[in-house]
Design a protein around this ligand. Sequence first.
Ligand SMILES: C[S@@+](CC[C@H](N)C(=O)[O-])C[C@H]1O[C@@H](n2cnc3c(N)ncnc32)[C@H](O)[C@@H]1O
Length: 355
Amino acid sequence: MNDSISLIIMLSKTLGYSISVSLLMAIFFRLTINKFQTIRSIFLGLTRVSMIFVYVCVPLLILSLSAFLLAAIALISGVQISDPIANTVVFAVSYSMSFGIIVVVCYLIAFVVPMKVTGQFHTMQYEKYGPLSKWGDETRAYKRNIAWEGNVIEQLGTILKDIKGYNHKLRILAPAANNGHEELSLAKTLSNLLHRKIRMRTSDIATMSHAGFYQDAQVTFTYEQRDAYDLPKYLDERQDAIYDPKGILWFTMGQEKKLLKALRLYYDLLEDDGVIIIDAGETRKLLHAYNVLRLNFFMSLTYYAEISTYERLRKCFSTGSQASLLFTIELVPNLSGPYGMAILRKIPAAQEITA
Ligand SMILES: C[S@@+](CC[C@H](N)C(=O)[O-])C[C@H]1O[C@@H](n2cnc3c(N)ncnc32)[C@H](O)[C@@H]1O
């Protein structure tokens, strides 16, 4: 009994110290991450390491909780467990559970809170050294492995080919393009397929190495570091298409207010016959979780690490909803599994509706 009490006191002290240190770290990072690049990089590196710890601790927590439950069942049903075994189990369970809880709590306080408070949770992670800094390369590598572009290009071509007619230069905007390499390749392939000139503008809020300026007789490609919500200040003409897989619409997390703000932004950037192209890969929740784990451990992807933009948005497009007054949404025919895509078409008459 005394042993248990001193164990609990010791663990509470450890938790208390860890929370205090994490809080100090959170305050320090909150005040400095936007001011000093070196501190920002250290913060991201530490976030990555602690996220790996969290992933190790989650199975540990599940195991120790199961052992805890089994011990409780044994106690209730009066099963006698020999003292040395019971002591060892109690010790192992208490230590691993407490360790797991401490790591998860400290990770949340020291790293997640500063990113959330500064409103950068979904963007900082993609920066150099961040836990998802390899997201762009790994996702593109996965898509190359499944010959994604070759499988979807005909359907994308069908959607875009009639916009404004053959002689018009097709203007495509990718406002959350990550490193932009996929968009550059798409612009070249689409222009060959449609025999049309393409002006592809890409941008992303995060700093990262990215595709550079490219120009040939058919394609002009640019990349800029920008917040998508600032684009209206910089764009001097409306766009024919917005290519936004796992981008600005995805980050609205299917929350109606945020989604309407993003849709309104796109609505105003698009021509009246403009379209938004998004991903609609089949949802496979366990595989997504497994692949986030692989990303954190610097491993290649076996499927997408997150659910699709279409899956996130579709519930907001019920009949009569605000979103459905701005755009229609439909799946692109003949594409399924990891190749699924969806398209949102602007409803010009909705111009007077404000989000
Ligand atoms: C999951 S990645 C998707 C990248 C790309 N669309 C693709 O499918 O490969 C999301 C990207 O959105 C960027 N992002 C998030 N919020 C943004 C914003 N407000 N403006 C511009 N980019 C943003 C992030 O930095 C990140 O590179």
